[in-house]
Write a protein that binds this ligand. Structure first.
Ligand SMILES: [Zn+2]
Ligand SMILES: [Zn+2]
Length: 231
């Protein structure tokens, strides 16, 4: 209903360039054709790799040496234009139409993947949720769960500790910042294979911290699906 209302108020303008949208949608044909879909990448961390060699497993050097807590990571797009405009608008400027478009891209990119038992959006701390008014990972995960018919588990992973914004920290600082940030709700019944959903992956520190507590709480396999990967 809310989406219909947005559509009536703003009938299909391209969110990337403001030209008329294709068939009343939120993207024009040119921007749609130029979307930076994520190419060949490391299976575990989604870091772009040179063209895949079918004889070898698709892992980057870092993941070969030190396997991360995520079994697989998939990104819909590489973080460059127009993602560098769409994602901040969605995250910091309350542009839910941009969020809807990002979620549609994720549906398109991830529908060929095998289905996990549940999707778990990366939660926000209560204080930040109050300030922002919505949880961007949940806004992406909900339509994705609907479209791909995967159960949404949005009350198992908790974020009891407020953390500084990751964007201001270096890689080591990001890791330190997230110590103790996540917990699993006592009594939560985690299925074997869960997928974490987030908007963007930079170093992966947030996703790794969440994956570690889920694994400790009994999830056998944790993957990540993100809208965009920073190369
Ligand atoms: Zn456009
Ligand atoms: Zn890797």
């Amino acid at each position: 209903m809310r989406h219909d209302a947005i559509r009536l108020l703003w009938p299909g303008r391209c969110l990337a360039c403001a030209a008329p949208g294709e068939n009343g949608r939120d993207l024009c044909a040119a921007c749609r054709a130029a979307l930076p879909w994520h190419g060949p990448a490391c299976e575990r961390c989604a870091l772009p790799l040179p063209a895949p060699n079918p004889a070898e497993t698709a892992l980057c050097g870092t993941c070969l040496q030190r396997p991360p807590p995520l079994a697989q990571t998939h990104a819909a797009c590489t973080y460059r234009a127009p993602l560098d405009r769409l994602l901040p608008r969605f995250k910091f400027h309350h542009d839910l139409a941009a969020g809807r478009l990002l979620s549609q891209m994720m549906v398109e990119a991830f529908s060929p993947l095998s289905r996990p038992d549940a999707l778990i959006p990366i939660p926000l701390h209560r204080a930040r949720l109050r300030r922002r008014g919505y949880d961007q990972a949940l806004e992406l995960a909900r339509p994705l769960a609907d479209a791909l018919a995967i159960p949404l588990l949005d009350d198992a992973l908790l974020r009891p500790r407020a953390t500084a914004p990751q964007s201001r920290l270096d890689a080591a600082g990001r890791q330190r910042n997230l110590r103790g940030a996540f917990t699993v709700r006592p009594g939560a019944d985690l299925p074997a294979h869960v997928v974490l959903v987030d908007d963007v992956m930079t170093t992966g520190a947030t996703l790794h911290a969440a994956a570690i507590v889920l694994r400790r709480a009994g999830a056998a396999r944790v993957d990540a699906w993100v809208a965009a990967r920073v190369p």
